[in-house]
Ligand binder design. Structure first.
Ligand code: CA
Length: 222
């Protein structure tokens, strides 16, 4: 998540400053706009992954900003509203804001919301990354593996190995490649054999899908 870009739209410098400080401390890259017009310009040049948007702004208010951005972008927007502005909040959500925070807020809470919204808005492709080989199914977004109706609980390493094998679409992967998929390139290749052995045990009737390819490694038949 480090390096994701947050556009802070806020006309009160003190608040913008605090938000920027907390977000930067969490590894985010921030940019600040003090009014709606500047926000629109920065939105185009900075290309943020998320917008933290104060509603009451000079030049162009937060609702109008949202309306214009939404015409061409699905970027996550978290609105910051005064406690009394219930109507703004409802309008904002109708216009396509992803979440809202009421003032006064704790910066920690805002950071938590930012992370949650970013998590939910990960690219569709990743969330819907699914593989199937016969009765065996893997849903990468939900981190879930099933064999027929049966859910198969796997360790993170077993999951990564199975995912790499399914993504290879029938091509055999070497132990080295599977270690790369595990992010454990410096570990003994026999670790892979141990993971595959456990994986097969857990997969039950779907275990036969994970084939050993002599002299190469492993493959999952499509
Ligand atoms: Ca304001």
């Amino acid at each position: 998540m480090a390096g994701e870009r947050i556009l802070i739209v806020e006309d009160e410098p003190r608040i913008a400053e605090v938000l920027a400080r907390y977000l930067t401390a969490e590894g985010f890259v921030t940019e600040r706009a003090r009014d709606g017009k500047e926000a629109l310009a920065l939105f185009r040049s900075f290309e943020p992954d998320l917008v933290l948007l104060d509603l009451m702004l000079p030049e162009l208010d937060g609702l109008e900003f949202t309306r214009r951005v939404r015409a061409s972008s699905a970027v996550p927007i978290i609105m910051v509203t005064a406690k009394s502005a219930e109507l703004d909040r409802i309008l904002g959500l109708e216009l396509g804001a992803d979440d809202y925070v009421t003032k006064p807020f704790s910066p920690r809470e805002v950071v938590a919301r930012v992370k949650a919204v970013l998590r939910r808005s990960r690219p569709e492709a990743k969330r819907h990354e699914r593989y199937r080989a016969g009765a065996l199914e893997l849903d990468a977004g939900a981190v879930r593996v099933t064999c027929g109706e049966q859910e198969v609980p796997l360790t993170p390493s077993e999951f990564k190995i199975l995912r790499a094998l399914l993504a290879a679409e029938g091509r055999a992967l070497s132990r080295r490649e599977l270690l790369d998929a595990l992010g454990e390139a410096y570990v003994d290749e026999r670790t892979v054999d141990a993971h595959v052995k456990n994986l097969r045990k857990k997969l039950g009737p779907c275990a036969q899908k994970v084939e050993t390819v002599r002299g190469v490694g492993y493959r999952v038949a499509p």
